[in-house]
Design a protein around this ligand. Sequence first.
Ligand code: IMP
Ligand code: MG
Length: 332
Amino acid sequence: MPCTVIAGGFWGDEGKGKIISYLVLKDPVDVCVRTGSVNAAHTIWYKGKRYALHMVPGGFVNEKCRLLVGPGTNVHVAQFFKEVEETGVKNRIGVDSQASIIEEKHSDQDKSSVHLKGLGTTGWGVGPAIEERVRRTAKLAKDISELKPYLTDVSQEANSAIAKGKNVLLEGTQGLMLSLFYGTYPYVTSRDTSASAICSEAGVGPTKIDNVLVVFKAFMTRVGTGPLPGEISKEEAQKRGWFETAAGTGRDRRSAPFNFELAKRTVTINGATQVAVTKLDCVYPKCKSVKAFGELPKEARQFIGEIEKQTGTPVVLIGTGPDALDIVDRRT
Ligand code: IMP
Ligand code: MG
């Protein structure tokens, strides 16, 4: 800390939710800002319950943490209220007045577009909602009466917390390979997903950032269409224990082995200072629930060493199981 950006390394679903929940439980995080939109779901396990959060920041698991939805986001009002209720965060969440609103018509436009269907979008309508924002005809949070009690200036809150030396987490969504600028265009989402964009969506300048933590999974997955280097069949994925379905849409996730070339590019574009690797136990089952680096099997330690060597960046957090505390924490 004090100001850390969390960005996805591949095509989203790297386990950012798990890393965020670990960080906010372990470190006293004061402010957590969510960016992106409703298409991305962060899976969080907390007190034995699974949450798939599309709007509320994953930092909600720390009950002292102020939760903010940034000005660069797209707010789905019904989903926001559903999650606020589910997580019980009514008294500590704020939405930036200038966040834009995603409506039912955007979802209809997304689902009825042959082009967007071909890209395998989530169907939430984020692309059409952003189009409308760019046309400057979108509704903003300040235009929605039910949101009035939640309205705030997120960039002012985040910057004043940083100035006071508080710990602030800027929570990215998806991954660099889905970035509108750096991903596998046109098979990408409708926004930039890099660390710089996360800062921009939250209203925090680059000089205020202390850490950029890029999260990779120990293997790669993607949902929707578009290239996935080294892709294996569903049967093979099931055999290896890599088969997953999407937290948000329930679709099958395609999978492939970890790609060092892509990881290098991701670390460079994000300006990563630290790397986290999740689901190491899915690739090396003997890692399950291990919490000390020295207790990981040799091949697993070599794999982590190879990531560090090729990306030139320390792997500080390693996920070894679904529980928030199933983590090897190598930070000093
Ligand atoms: P859209 O963001 O709904 O327009 O979908 C564009 C592409 O991004 C599709 O391939 C989606 O599957 C993918 N995508 C969007 N959000 C996520 C996410 O949170 N995790 C994984 N893939 C996503
Ligand atoms: Mg996800």
